[in-house]
Unconditional design. Structure first.
Length: 574
């Protein structure tokens, strides 16, 4: 009998094995799920931190600049600025590598202590100002720009956290105050604020780099130095409020020297009052120097000849105005005598005969009715009569009622003596082979006559103190009362002298002016242009001549041809 096998009961081992496998899988799934949740949480926290930081920077840290690592210098091309040199390559403006101190306030552990230490290490820093910066919520604040090496070392020794340096470049002016008004200066970020630095700001920055050529000027450091020295000497001797001087090429308009006193050191002191450039920005009534233009236009227009003359024996009355001479004449004066003896009456009558229309036309050709075309932002607009009545025509004839800058007057006189061509004054040399740009203001014939006349002013007239042994100098004095409330101030003078030399073939025109000079014992208490400015011009000529390769010679022999040409008054050469 076959017995049917009874199915065995479930094997407990098998049951246990199945249960054990199910538990492992479940636990693995749980662990994986937990890990995913943790990872997701970490990512969420990370993104949240980044988001909060972005909000913080955007909303609460305006002006944030990422700090630069100590060892990561800024690229030279970003900071460099082209050098500026004079006509001979003498350095007038350049860059020096410097370190600028900044802080990350959030990394400064003790702002009060750090501020105290920095103020002691860097004299001139205000502890209160530094503390305010270090206690701010910003991440980047400047502490001090352009530190000297010793200052940088002193800060490094403090070992303050959150304090670091950024490499930069500082604009420096090796000649100090010598070219302060002409060259100008920049701000701490290298942007031009005045002078040539401002006019050519884009060009000086745009092509910056180690291979960028310097910007060359027409100025000559040697002539600039001697001009400034003589102006400073006269300004101190006559206790003047200020002084101005120009040395210009007689042809071409190149300015060789330009000085305005008081001046300033662009490396340190940029005082507002001293920044005023009297040469280009000042507008002054120039007095008798304007008689050069009155006589030139009268001769050129055929209104008078050198054989003509006027009665200058009595004051000239025009409506309620009275025109007088400083030294009254006894009667009739010839045209040359009117100029040599500087007669206001004779010049006013001559201007009246020329007429306002012709007068304005000639003054315009000589660049005296519009602002000078010079490469500087500080340029004055002339002050001219409005309306231009008959009395204005006469007073302008002897330099009153019209105000121009010293630079304008110098350029106009250059045109009168150089053959009659006006060249706009310039500080930038012409490119080799480029033509000189100018226009005819008077005829060459009239220019030759004027050279002879201004030579006679130095030989026999009011400009005798401008004579220099060995050099043929011609020039004209100018003395004008400064206008004030209720009229002109008799003791407040603008005293000047303008000269050309060598007068037979002019190479230079020199202008010197003193603002409110006072007479001295040596000048018999006179403060006019003949006593103050003319001697300064003589000293400048004596030093400039050899410097320019013009050794002293027989001045009378050099100008003999001019005297022969005018023998008999008019001269057949004209």
């Amino acid at each position: 009998m076959i017995r049917r096998a009874t199915p065995p009961e479930t094997d407990p081992v098998v049951v246990d094995r199945r249960v054990r496998l199910d538990g492992l899988a479940h636990r693995a799934l749980k662990v994986g799920r937990h890990r995913l949740m943790v990872a997701a949480g970490l990512f969420a926290v990370a993104y949240g931190v980044v988001g909060l930081r972005l909000i913080d920077v955007t909303l609460f840290n305006d002006g944030f600049e990422p700090p630069v690592a100590r060892s990561a210098p800024l690229r030279h091309a970003q900071l460099a600025r082209r050098d500026i040199v004079d006509r001979n390559g003498v350095l007038l403006a350049t860059n020096l590598p410097t370190a600028s101190l900044y802080a990350d306030p959030k990394r400064v552990l003790d702002p009060a202590d750090a501020a105290s230490k920095l103020a002691r290490a860097l004299p001139g820093l205000s502890r209160a100002t530094v503390l305010e910066k270090l206690a701010s919520r910003r991440r980047f604040v400047w502490i001090k720009r352009n530190l000297a090496p010793r200052q940088q070392d002193a800060v490094n020794r403090l070992g303050l956290p959150g304090i670091a340096f950024q490499r930069a470049e500082e604009r420096v002016y090796p000649q100090g105050r010598l070219f302060s008004h002409a060259v100008g200066f920049t701000d701490v970020d290298g942007r031009g604020l005045a002078g040539i630095e401002k006019t050519f700001d884009g060009a000086l920055r745009g092509a910056a780099g180690d291979d960028a050529p310097p910007l060359r000027l027409t100025l000559d450091a040697r002539i600039q130095y001697l001009l400034r020295a003589e102006l400073a000497r006269g300004m101190a001797a006559f206790r003047a409020k200020g002084a101005a001087g120009v040395v210009m090429d007689a042809t071409g308009g190149a300015v060789r020297a330009m000085v305005s006193l008081p001046d300033f050191d662009p490396n340190r002191d940029r005082d507002g009052a001293a920044r005023f450039n009297r040469v280009t920005l000042g507008a002054y009534e120039m007095g008798s120097t304007f008689k050069i233009f009155t006589l030139a236009m009268a001769l050129d227009a055929g209104v008078v000849s050198l054989r003509d003359g006027y009665d200058a024996g009595k004051p000239l009355r025009v409506a309620r105005f009275v025109i007088r001479d400083y030294k009254p004449a006894k009667g009739w004066l010839s045209v040359p005598e009117i100029f040599i003896e500087s007669s206001n009456i004779g010049s006013a009558k001559m201007a009246r005969d020329v007429g306002a229309k012709i007068q304005r036309a000639y003054l315009s050709r000589l660049g005296l009715l519009t602002a000078a075309e010079i490469e500087l932002p500080e340029v004055a607009t002339p002050l001219v009569p409005s309306p231009w009545r008959d009395i204005a025509t006469m007073t302008v004839g002897y330099g009153h009622g019209i105000a121009v800058s010293p630079l304008q007057l110098t350029a106009a006189v250059a045109a009168v003596v150089n053959g009659g061509v006006f060249y706009p004054p310039t500080l930038i040399p012409r490119e080799p082979g480029a033509p000189r740009v100018g226009w005819r203001a008077i005829s060459a014939r009239t220019s030759a006559k004027m050279r002879w006349l201004i030579k006679r002013v130095v030989e026999d007239g009011t400009g005798k103190k401008a004579a220099v042994p060995g050099y043929a100098v011609g020039g004209k004095t100018g003395t004008a009362e400064k206008p004030g409330r209720g009229g002109y101030r008799r003791k407040a003078l603008i005293s000047s002298f303008v000269a050309a030399f060598p007068i037979d073939e002019p190479r230079f025109v020199i202008f010197v002016m003193y603002d409110e000079p006072r007479g001295t014992k040596a000048t018999s208490n006179f403060a006019t242009g003949g006593w103050t400015a003319a001697p300064a011009v003589a000293r400048i000529v004596a030093r400039l001549g050899p410097l320019a390769g013009l050794p002293p010679s027989d001045a009378k022999q050099r100008t003999r041809v001019l005297d022969i040409a005018f023998k008999g008054g008019e001269g057949v050469a004209f």
